[in-house]
Design a protein around this ligand. Structure first.
Ligand SMILES: C[S@@+](CC[C@H](N)C(=O)[O-])C[C@H]1O[C@@H](n2cnc3c(N)ncnc32)[C@H](O)[C@@H]1O
Length: 249
């Protein structure tokens, strides 16, 4: 199928942009109950290190208003309020079922932080311009139907001087390692999804969506095109994941 401006990808398939949010929501409704467990199993706990690195780089300050976009079950928001209980957190996510898990977790942890949980989509944020001091996105952006539009929205809702940090899977550049990583991703992860959740397709989508995500340099260019400056990248675990940092001036 030839791709047009109205199209996007869902894993290796090309679909109309308008269909992607519903498909992605279905994936995350299906995996929400075991999402946190699967993250630990799939990454051997590495996602915790990558997420801690994001919060380290953010260095949340007292009274900061922080938007965690595609915040899911609250993994980033809960880390931030643990580090800085006086920050004010807003978690926005497309999938109510993921947010429900996050709210329950926050209650179980008796998190004393100030966290608002909001259902919405990254390409039409329900916030006024200049509302936040920082915006984080962890493992969410590759799922968005319109990445440039979503980056423009992040730029709009950040105040001048505001900070953007995006953690996403990357591309392993060392060829021997890449072969191993590919073999692990394409053969082990869908099987694990099948075993734990009886859902092979969602984890096949996960692996394919990672391969379709732009390379680091191209993604840095997209962030700049949305109006951000001082874009910097940190690679982790041989490029399996990376963090892009940028500022609105
Ligand atoms: C892989 S999870 C990441 C959750 C969390 N940030 C973490 O690191 O554990 C991806 C999340 O992105 C959300 N998502 C996907 N498309 C979205 C969109 N267009 N707007 C907002 N959230 C979206 C999904 O509902 C899901 O909760």
């Amino acid at each position: 199928m030839r791709s047009t401006e109205q199209d996007t990808h869902f894993g290796f398939r090309t679909i109309p942009k308008g269909e992607k949010a519903d498909r992605v929501r279905d994936v995350f409704i299906g995996v929400s109950s075991r999402y946190d467990l699967m993250n630990d199993l799939m990454s051997g706990g590495m996602h915790r290190i990558w997420k801690n690195a994001l919060v380290d780089w953010l260095m949340p300050q007292q009274d900061q208003r922080i938007l965690d976009l595609a915040g899911g079950t609250g993994d980033i928001a809960l880390r931030i309020v643990e580090r800085q209980p006086n920050a004010s957190l807003t978690v926005l996510d497309l999938t109510e079922e993921m947010l429900a898990m996050g709210r329950d977790r926050a209650a179980r942890l008796r998190s004393s932080g100030d966290i608002a949980w909001i259902t919405g989509s990254a390409d039409a944020l329900p916030f006024a311009a200049d509302s936040f001091d920082a915006c984080t996105v962890a493992f969410g952006i590759r799922n968005f139907p319109d990445i440039p539009e979503s980056l423009a929205e992040m730029h709009r809702v950040l105040r001048p001087g505001g900070r953007l940090l995006i953690l996403e899977f990357g591309h392993v550049e060392v060829s021997g390692l890449r072969r191993l990583y590919d073999r692990y991703s394409f053969s082990v992860l869908p099987r694990l999804g099948n075993l734990v959740l009886n859902d092979r397709e969602s984890y096949q989508y996960l692996v394919e969506s990672i391969r379709r995500f732009p390379r680091r340099k191209e993604f840095a260019g997209m962030i700049e095109a949305a109006g951000f400056v001082n874009v910097a990248v940190r690679n982790m675990s041989f490029g399996v994941a990376s963090i892009h940092s940028a500022w609105k001036i």
